[in-house]
Write a protein that binds this ligand. Sequence first.
Ligand code: URA
Length: 209
Amino acid sequence: MDGVTVIDHPLVQHKLTLMRNKETSTASFRRLLREISTLLCYEVTRNLDLTMIRIETPLQPMDSPVLEGKKLVFASILRAGNGLLEGMLDLVPAARVAHIGLYRDHETLQPVEYYFKAPEDLANRVVIVVDPMLATANSAIAAMDKLKERGARNIRFLCLLAAPEGIERFRTAHPDIPVFTAAIDSHLNEKGYIVPGLGDAGDRMYGTK
Ligand code: URA
């Protein structure tokens, strides 16, 4: 599918299966999410631009590559997005972090914004937006609208699971934003859950159900 990368690394697929299993405890789910997010982060940052800098090893001077430009921004769609943040920050500790408070009204399935905090200079940074579940895509689309309104131009969206309906809607609304996911599931059910999915990601990581 154009603009969509499925991260099919065996470790990602193995951990995802453990996370889908309803017998997996909250503690294990959280640990797996942290581990899998590090692997997903590795893939979503794979083609970042590099620039050469001059350094000296203990033996001699050399030109060596480092990430080009300003620090990355990881933008978490609250609250489930936070589950992906920690593992990503393990890998890129200097990244800046944005929080976008959008919850899904369980009746209308529409996103309701209650919080937005991001670095000022979004226009000059690569922004990686994280939310484990791309279901209806309502929240993801609203988050991208907001980030673009604040100047972001170079955005990627990273999730764990996506529904075909969500991908379709997201790519129609934001064709310039590539999507990275560990799997594309069968469909959305009438309550907006991804099937077969893993249930409510926020509830499973925080033990709120
Ligand atoms: N959000 C979730 O946490 N799970 C779904 O299946 C869909 C949206």
